[in-house]
Design a protein around this ligand. Structure first.
Ligand code: CUA
Length: 156
């Protein structure tokens, strides 16, 4: 079969790109610890507070500058949707969905994840800079998706 030289060039380029992207994904997941949600993040996973349930939200101070937030995502809001903490606090978020797939992205931080019904999303972040950190739902979840937000106020 005759293959035009340009055609052959493009086929080779696409294969090279696939290999490069594959290496990039492997490297970034090894270097930055990026994980996809799996069995270890299910609601039954150990290491979660015993009372972390999808029904009840709370903000709890574990010690000086250490907080735990049990957060509920539902159509179309977060509970709690306003969190006040002092500067320098390390916060661990546990996220539950009461209905459909949601997401959370806390602007200006590394916290960004899907909130999957039946699983608990967990993320920890240290808020070193005072200010207002808006968080949003970033998975389309219905008519009110665009109003699903809240804020973290870090007092200086
Ligand atoms: Cu919840 Cu979009």
């Amino acid at each position: 079969m005759h293959i035009h030289p340009y055609e052959r060039l493009w086929i080779r380029l696409s294969v090279i790109m696939l290999i490069v992207f594959g290496i990039a994904i492997a490297l970034s997941s090894l270097t930055f610890g990026i994980e996809i949600p799996g069995a270890t993040r299910r609601a039954v996973a150990t290491g979660l507070p015993a009372d972390a349930t999808p029904e009840q939200s709370w903000i709890r101070e574990l010690g000086p500058g250490r907080y735990e937030v049990n957060m509920i995502a539902r159509m179309w809001g977060f509970d709690p949707n306003e969190i006040r903490i002092p500067k320098g606090s390390t916060v661990t978020f546990y996220l539950h969905s009461q209905d459909v797939l949601h997401g959370i992205k806390i602007r200006g931080t590394t916290v960004s994840m899907m909130v999957i019904p039946g699983q608990v999303g967990r993320a920890t972040y240290t808020f070193d800079e005072p200010g207002e950190y808006i968080f949003l739902c970033h998975e389309y979840c219905g008519l009110g998706h665009h109003v699903m937000s809240g804020k973290i106020i870090v007092e200086g």
